[in-house]
Ligand binder design. Sequence first.
Ligand SMILES: CC(=O)CC(=O)C(=O)O
Ligand SMILES: [Mg+2]
Length: 214
Amino acid sequence: MSKYSRFWEFGRKIICVGRNFRAHAKELGNEVPDDPIIFLKPSTAYVREPNKIRLPPNTNELHHEVELGLVIGKNGSNITEENAMEHVAGYCVALDMTDRDKQTALKKKGLPWSLAKSFDTSCPVGDFLPKEMIRNPEDVRLWLKVNDVMKQDGQTDCMIFSPSKLISFVSGYFTLEEGDLILTGTPSGVGPVSAGDRIEAGVNELSSIKFLIE
Ligand SMILES: CC(=O)CC(=O)C(=O)O
Ligand SMILES: [Mg+2]
């Protein structure tokens, strides 16, 4: 068993990348960024099956975003793109649950997105997938169904910034530590979920998660 098989218990950083897929930036009317857009979630955002995703306070529009998670296995700062993958212990399927209404209101005021993105249970995660299980993280299918209807189905080769580029960029600002998780952005098809809905999501056919909205 890998040291990282319960990476969410390390209590480390969850570093998230926004607008890393052109089609998703376009569907929300956002510009395609010149540099990665980065935000953080606290470790209290983690939730695992069979626990449920809770609606944040006063939400009108909770959105699902399926993402590929990179689990960091080696500390480092100022990591080069060439060496970046040496710092990855493995992968997981993750959701970046987002209070879209709140995010839109905060964006209009030029304020940080934390309340919209970082609430308890905003980061459901699947099992740890050791690095050997995904030979090329730039060739992975990310999919998500709500109540058995496919809503997101994208390939990581459509990422604007590759996993290596993201690790190199982020590590120039934050020292990456063992057990950190990087969420690499969502493909298009994000949309609302309500109490009682069932989300199922996965990477390829390798790993899938099922969560109920409370
Ligand atoms: C607009 C967003 O919420 C950005 C984001 O999280 C993404 O994955 O893209
Ligand atoms: Mg996201």
